[in-house]
Write a protein of this length. Sequence first.
Length: 141
Amino acid sequence: MKILVINGPNMNMLGIRQPEIYGSATYEDLKAMIREEANRLGVEVSFFQSNHEGALVDAIQQAYFNKVDGIIINPAAYTHTSVALLDAVKAVGIPTVEVHVSDPDTREEFRHVSYIRAACVGTVRGHGLPGYLEALRILVE
């Protein structure tokens, strides 16, 4: 099983960006944690991060041609603005789980809307970085 983990804008700044919300672990720490769980589950995992919406769309589309079995996506700020990401996930038909480190529903009102959620098989929010591991297990099961 091949899983692609996609992270949107500013997720590369984990450990630096608002540690009171996102914690002190770095993006590299996150990737290592996911790799460890993927190894335990016997699945192949790859990663993509970009601050650019079009690059995220390209990664979702490429996942189709790479025969990826599942996508974990944290669109970050694009969660609340991007119909393009929603359409890309719908287009490829790959089971996708939306992940958020914090719980957007407890933050500013504009963060309460998720465009991509309509195309996802599940959402994990507010469980910190371990939420990615929950998403991985959702896809494997």
